[in-house]
Design a protein around this ligand. Sequence first.
Ligand SMILES: [Zn+2]
Length: 129
Amino acid sequence: MTAPELLPCPFCGCTTIVQARAGVACYYNVCDWCGSEGPAEYPDSDTPQGWNVRTPSPEVAALIAEARREDAKLLLDAYKGVLVLMRILNKAGLVAGASAADQISKRIVDAHPEFPGMASLRALKEETP
Ligand SMILES: [Zn+2]
């Protein structure tokens, strides 16, 4: 039986969840950022995975949503900055620098495929000469 994909931490939104052994036949999941622990998990049983059924309090859910909006704004600003840099380097004839900026922009897109504004970012890049 393969373990189901784990949802982000319900308390901080972190997506890096690690497993800690709790016994011979069970383990528990731990958030790598805030350290919150889930209930004991039994990989060979048919019981639901406890980590994925926990829900944050409304206050924490609101904080997570706000942090994600802020992250999205920062990501968009960083992406726009890289495109501006790429344009300046291209105009200056600094091909290697422009190529490096292009690689950075691709890494931003590849690292955040779930970003809601990614389609508009791609369109923005295509408009950049
Ligand atoms: Zn956490």
